[in-house]
Ligand binder design. Structure first.
Ligand code: UDP
Ligand code: MG
Length: 330
């Protein structure tokens, strides 16, 4: 009698340990970069030792046109360990999102299986990379690093962040709350990302719109290792506006809506004024003023809204986003 083999989801069905590339955008990070590099090396070695990642895994630092000695540090790190530390230097400071995109596209054209993006200041706990890789091995193409609390933030930053997520959701854009740019992307996901040609990048909106199986890994966000934040309030507000305007044309539709409401108020005013004039309760000229104010104002807003709707269409067309992304062909 032969025994039936039992079928369980064995690790044999899991993907092989991936060749991993950590992508780190750096802007004026000279003070803390060596500490970060040391920590990343420690984590990668650990993961290599337990066969969670491929031994040829590496770190890619993207120097976003720093004005301090960041590139010098990256160069020195590369000379000390050419296999482990790689560098990419942008000619100008183009901002975190563009630097990250440059690094991810570099990873796409490298032999890496997965790219993990994280900040240079160790605020994104590198200890979570293991869990992210595990989620990829189980089938996820995108793994989001999500902070498990916002205790290290001021009440103001926490409040505004949650307002922002709610607003984005209301405007019809999918974002992952409490997730910044700490995430793992597979080769397949990077190929899809490469089809987005817009220069107003908002990766937190684009990546969830790619589709594919995703997973979340929770981590504790720490304090900045050295130096200061490159995201003052001014830049944060600009980034939020960027997020809204590059994903939603609803603000333009709002103009049309306001205009229509205004026209209706105008019509009501018209009736009210007619009654007032007929019953002799009105000063001369008041009636015509009130009606033209509301009705004309409304018509102007509606007209603006219509122009806006066409501009929205043009905007969507010029972004030339892919119409669809193929996940698999058999
Ligand atoms: N960064 C960048 N270009 C910039 C600004 C920031 O590459 O123009 C990098 C920065 O070096 C860091 C990451 O983006 O690795 C996040 O910046 P930061 O830590 O200052 O932002 P915060 O964590 O305070 O929001
Ligand atoms: Mg930071």
């Amino acid at each position: 009698m032969s025994e039936e083999p039992t079928t369980v989801a064995t690790p044999a069905e899991m993907r092989m340990p991936p060749r991993t590339m950590l992508v780190i955008p750096c802007y004026n990070e000279e003070p803390g970069l060596r500490t970060t590099a040391g920590e990343l090396r420690r984590i990668l070695r650990q993961l290599i030792d337990v066969h969670q990642i491929d031994a040829r895994s590496c770190v890619l630092f993207v120097d976003d046109g720093s004005k301090d000695g960041t590139w010098g540090v990256i160069r020195a790190l590369h000379n000390e360990d050419p296999e482990l530390f790689h560098g990419l230097k942008l000619a100008h400071n183009k901002g975190h999102q563009n630097a990250l995109f440059a690094g991810l596209m570099h990873a796409l054209h490298s032999p890496a299986d997965v790219a993990v993006s994280m900040d240079a200041d160790l605020q994104d706990d590198p200890g979570a990379v293991g869990a992210m890789v595990e989620a990829w091995r189980e089938g996820a193409e995108i793994v989001y690093g999500v902070r498990d609390n916002r205790e290290t933030d001021t009440a103001f930053k926490r409040g505004t962040a949650h307002m922002f997520y709610a607003l984005m959701k209301g405007l019809g854009t999918e974002t992952v709350p409490d997730h910044a740019d700490y995430r793992l992307m597979s080769h397949t996901a990077l190929e899809a990302l490469a089809q987005y040609h817009e220069s107003n990048l908002f990766l937190r909106g684009i990546v969830p719109s790619l589709g594919f199986p995703t997973a979340k890994v929770y981590y504790k966000r720490g304090e900045r290792v050295a130096g200061e934040s490159k995201y003052p309030l001014r830049k944060m507000v600009a980034f939020a506006v960027q997020g809204i305007t590059s994903f939603s044309t609803k603000p333009l539709s709002l103009i049309t809506g306001t205009g229509i409401v205004s026209v209706f108020v105008g019509i009501t005013m018209l009736i009210y004024t007619l009654i007032s004039v007929c019953s002799g309760n009105a000063v001369a000229g008041w009636g015509s003023m009130m009606c033209s104010l509301w009705i004309l104002g409304g018509l102007i807003l509606v007209a603006l809204g219509i122009v806006g709707e066409y501009i929205a269409k043009i905007y969507i067309e010029v972004k030339a986003r892919p119409r669809y992304i193929i996940e698999e062909t058999i």
